[in-house]
Design a protein around this ligand. Structure first.
Ligand SMILES: Nc1ncnc2c1ncn2[C@@H]1O[C@H](COP(=O)(O)OP(=O)(O)OP(=O)(O)O)[C@@H](O)[C@H]1O
Ligand SMILES: [Mg+2]
Length: 325
């Protein structure tokens, strides 16, 4: 298995639960593991009954397991102030005001929220993953964030053109100032060029890592809406030449014993039959294999239940081959 493992899926299907269970499984197998959540409800803190923030901290009572929670709202704000800071170095004060207004508006949109989260994922992959054999992300990139992975080619060309223009204008400036060494220094330390280069490199890293060192799983529930959503998600991964490694069916209704015939038992039997049809569709029509079918428990998955769910996940925790240094 790759170093980075993502669990995605529709709201409430069990992404956080399954991510924590898989993190636990990896840690129990002796891998140094980090679980990263971007859940605004701080559910990882709920699962482990312990407060986490945006610095990795060890999970009490579980060897090899760390967790961190990124708050999407904070990430959007951080994103925004970074852009502001960069701009204030580069444009006049009058422009900054105008641009600020535009930025505020654009950051209310879902695209901005997702791209801030995408940046946050990638930053964790780049800056926090070194000590870990496995980093488990609760929430896979969505269709719209996956589109960002197409950016290196697109952005690359665009940045190359911008950089060319920028160099040209510095060059012109230099020619106009013969005998003065200033422009050469401008070219070397130009903040705009430096920022463009950093951005391009960031997206290149993201695309490369997602392709070569990440595995994606989708969590679903055995109902039509969730199955449809999963189908669309598989397609959007395929559109980006990425594949979904496996599907985790969660919250399956348990079957009553054969000798039970009351109203409750009849309800459960019918429900189980419906869910079987949905799962059959998943198994016959979808390419990625079903790697777990987890029953609904009578209470939230924590403690001992988490260990049970971890055992039900047929997802190999084996460590990735680490390139020799
Ligand atoms: N197999 C299960 N049996 C019983 N409860 C479950 C099961 N799986 C998940 N739950 C519960 O369902 C709720 C939602 O699960 P979870 O938080 O993992 O979903 P999620 O996909 O991360 O949700 P969100 O989209 O809000 O982040 C939680 O209270 C969790 O404890
Ligand atoms: Mg969640």
């Amino acid at each position: 298995m790759e170093q980075f493992v993502f669990f995605g899926g529709k709201g409430g299907v069990g992404k956080t639960t399954v991510s924590c269970a898989y993190g636990y499984k990896c840690a129990a197998a002796g891998l140094r593991t980090l679980v990263v959540s971007t859940d605004p409800a701080h559910s990882v803190s709920d699962v482990f009954d312990q407060q986490f923030d945006d610095d990795p901290a060890s999970v009490d009572g579980v060897d090899n397991l760390d967790a961190m929670e990124l708050d999407p709202e904070d990430e959007v704000q951080r994103h925004l102030s970074e852009i502001r800071e960069n701009l204030s170095e580069q444009v006049s004060a009058a422009m900054v005001n105008e641009i600020n207004k535009q930025l505020e508006m654009s950051h209310g949109t879902p695209g901005a929220y997702e791209s801030a989260l995408f940046d946050a994922f990638v930053s964790v992959m780049r800056e926090e993953s070194e000590p870990y054999d496995r980093v488990v992300f609760d929430t896979a990139p969505t269709g719209s964030t996956l589109r960002l992975l197409g950016l290196p080619e697109f952005l690359g060309d665009w940045i190359d053109r911008l950089m060319y223009k920028r160099r040209q204008s510095i060059d012109l400036f230099e020619k106009a100032a013969i005998g003065n060494n200033e422009p050469r220094r401008v070219m070397d330390g130009d903040p705009v060029l430096a920022r463009l280069e950093r951005r391009k490199e960031f997206f290149e890293y993201a695309a490369e890592t997602m392709r070569t060192n990440a595995a994606f799983f989708l969590v679903l529930n055995p109902d039509q809406l969730s199955v449809n959503e999963t189908e669309r998600a598989i397609e959007s991964f395929a559109d980006r030449d990425l594949s979904v490694r496996g599907l985790v069916a969660n919250k399956l209704t348990p079957e009553p014993d054969d000798d039970e015939s009351g109203r409750g038992a009849r309800y459960l039997r019918e429900r189980v039959a419906t869910e079987r049809e949905r799962l059959e569709q998943v198994e016959t029509e979808f390419e990625p294999p079903l790697v777990a079918a987890i029953e609904s428990r009578t209470r939230e998955i924590r403690g001992e239940l988490l260990t049970q769910v971890a055992a039900e996940l047929d997802v190999d925790p084996a460590a990735p081959e680490r390139a020799p240094n």
